[in-house]
Design a protein around this ligand. Structure first.
Ligand code: FAD
Length: 367
């Protein structure tokens, strides 16, 4: 075990899982969260354990996604065993309807040996009787799951609270970094400085603001996403379905999430009537029976948008002791296990699970 003391800034899924991984590798971990842990994007997301259109992403995103997809069931089992809180990894498969780039999707799947195939639309109606009638083509990947992200973060928090060398401070905003020459030796908060051997910045959409206090420009920006929620019978929707950029996700208990919008509105995360109506229209097009269902929830979250959705994972050049794990954009839940394992491998000097080069901050942040 390394003798390091580590501070993590931000308690979304990325900060929490980074803490969880590091706890067994370093002497102590302190996680600082401005509000309550797991209440921002990691709560608001849909929890699909796949990029929405995986074939449209770079090999860098694909590598993290595939490692994580394989790992999710064991992570959920471990968390359930440790905390009694089930993150509910729900393997339903996903149907994409009337895609423009179906050929590219199938070619990608063949190249990477993923189980994606085209399905006759009548078979989709048999499998998902509530699906709307206006579609003519579908492709299907049977092994895609969704995770109940609010429970995932709750169970990560509970697991961390039970670890003797982990401390979580909520309502503790980090305002900047403490430096000693080229080294970052801690962070500043209203309650005083917190010193550490290593600082991991995992502040989601707000990571760029904090790095800006060091005169560095990190291209991570907030991208608002709104979702609506219905409650149906538990067997109402057997699979996830997606058309025209909108999707329906069934939870095990019959909650159906429909998302999402993609809005560049700064840090405003007020849910709007326009989005509500647009999401409801998409929901009814996908599943006509939802016209009679009540919308029981409507919220917005801020994704940490980054160029091509490639997260920043690794050390910050010329700032020894400072590490990034942020910028996961639309895929932070699916990418979390691999991203946090990779960061932890690099920080303690173990062989990394995958090639870290594509995610390295070096060359991707401006001074
Ligand atoms: C509508 C929507 C749908 C989505 N659907 C999916 C999906 O289906 N699958 C998927 O994989 N991903 C999805 N995502 C994306 C995913 O939710 C994010 O990529 C992921 O949650 C990012 O995690 P994070 O920990 O980096 O950020 P966050 O969860 O936002 O956490 C960052 C934390 O840092 C804290 N913080 C910020 N500044 C400070 C500071 N100065 N001091 C202390 N703490 C600070 C914040 O309070 C926050 O708790 C979706 C997102 C949205 C909004």
């Amino acid at each position: 075990m390394s003798k390091q003391h580590v501070v993590i800034v931000g308690g979304g899924v990325i900060g929490l899982l980074t803490a969880f991984n590091l706890a067994s590798k370093v002497q102590s971990v302190v996680l600082l969260e401005r509000s309550g842990v797991g209440q921002e994007s990691s709560w608001a997301g849909g929890g699909i354990v796949s990029p929405l259109y995986p074939w449209r992403y770079s090999p860098a995103v694909t590598a993290l996604a595939h490692w994580s997809q394989d790992f999710y069931p064991q992570l959920a089992e471990r968390l359930l065993g440790a905390t009694g809180i089930d993150p509910e990894v729900h393997k339903t498969g996903l149907y994409w309807l009337d895609l423009d780039d179906e050929k590219e999707a199938l070619a990608w799947a063949q190249r990477l040996n993923r189980p994606l195939s085209s399905v006759d639309i009548s078979q989709v109606h048999d499998a998902v009787p509530v699906m709307g009638g206006g579609y003519s083509r579908a492709i299907y990947m049977p092994d895609i799951a969704n995770v109940r992200n609010p429970r995932l973060v709750k169970s990560l928090k509970a697991a961390l609270l039970a670890m003797p060398n982990v401390m979580i401070h909520e309502q503790c905003e980090v305002s900047g970094f403490v430096r000693d020459g080229h080294r970052v030796i801690g962070v500043s908060t209203a309650a005083g400085d917190v010193l550490a051997d290593s600082v991991v910045l995992a502040a989601g959409a707000w990571s760029g603001d904090l790095l800006g206090t060091l005169g560095l420009e990190l291209p991570v920006e907030p991208v608002k996403g709104q979702m609506i929620l219905f409650k149906c019978a538990s067997d109402f929707l057997p699979s996830m379905i997606l058309a025209k950029g909108r999707y329906a996700i069934p939870r095990r208990d019959g909650h159906i999430l429909v998302g999402s919008t993609l809005e560049y509105e700064g840090y405003d995360k007020t849910p709007t009537d326009t989005a509500l109506e647009s999401l409801r229209a998409s929901a009814v097009e996908l599943i006509p029976a939802l016209a009679d269902a009540e919308v029981v929830g409507h919220w917005a979250g801020l994704r940490p948008g980054s160029p091509e959705g490639i997260p920043f994972i690794g050390p910050v050049p010329n700032h020894d002791g400072l590490w990034l794990n942020c910028g996961h954009f639309r895929n932070g839940l699916v990418l979390a296990p691999a991203s946090c394992q990779l960061l932890s491998d690099l920080l303690v000097g173990e062989a990394p699970i995958i090639d870290p080069v594509p995610y390295a901050p070096e060359g991707r942040i401006q001074r």
